[in-house]
Design a protein around this ligand. Sequence first.
Ligand SMILES: Nc1ncnc2c1ncn2[C@@H]1O[C@H](COP(=O)(O)OP(=O)(O)O)[C@@H](O)[C@H]1O
Ligand SMILES: [Mg+2]
Length: 258
Amino acid sequence: MANALQVKDLCKTYITNKRQNNVLKNVNFNIEEGEMVAIMGPSGSGKSTLLYSVSGMDRPTAGEVSLADKKITDLNESELAKVRLNDMGFIFQQMHMLKNLSVMDNILLPAYQTDKGGRSKEEINVYCKELMRKLEISDIADNDITEVSGGQLQRACICRSLMNKPEILFADEPTGALNRSSSDEVMEMLNRINEEGTTIMLVTHDMKVAANCSRILYIVDGNIKGELKLEKGDTSPSETEKKDRERKVNNWLSEMGW
Ligand SMILES: Nc1ncnc2c1ncn2[C@@H]1O[C@H](COP(=O)(O)OP(=O)(O)O)[C@@H](O)[C@H]1O
Ligand SMILES: [Mg+2]
């Protein structure tokens, strides 16, 4: 399999009050096309910083990041903005939807901002409706974003992140604001999308979310301390399979000092 993402000697240093905080210290890893990788680790270990530095939301201090064959650390701001819009999808804990716009209009926005694929408005609308059907939120298309549940809103964010058919999805605590059942729903959707070929890198605190992924990287103090490879998860695994995966992840996390 080809690499979807390559990260070489990545460093990120913040300067606050004239003090240097070396948050990422020579981080190296690759993500292959079709993988679903979870980043775990203690609070403050640099997980979000890592996600932002590899996805071009923030500039690393040193090191190289390549998306497929494109070295994105060499791009200027406008080139990078284009890659983010066209080739990457983003999902956050705080969902960043625009008020005063319907759920569907929010989802449509990134598609109207790009000429990728040369799609007509009609084609864009059709694709949007197809995504909403897949994520099971067709019935709330015209709702205001304040009129839906957290789980529905996060599924709408997933639709939005997929509108421009990204090569890779980045998610920072995508289930962090959700209750257990909404979180399970969202993970089922992410598993389905991954199954259909989209590569996913997500940060999570939730062992159950991580157990849904095909690999887990554990980061401590700005370095990758360990990794756990799991079988590719079934989209609808049996309870026994789920429990087995979770036990495996749990044991490994205790070894990591979780
Ligand atoms: N924009 C920023 N400016 C200065 N320091 C930051 C910034 N973002 C994160 N940090 C610092 O980087 C460290 C790692 O933060 P973060 O990546 O958010 O950790 P995690 O997501 O693992 O909880 C923390 O010490 C945090 O204070
Ligand atoms: Mg974080």
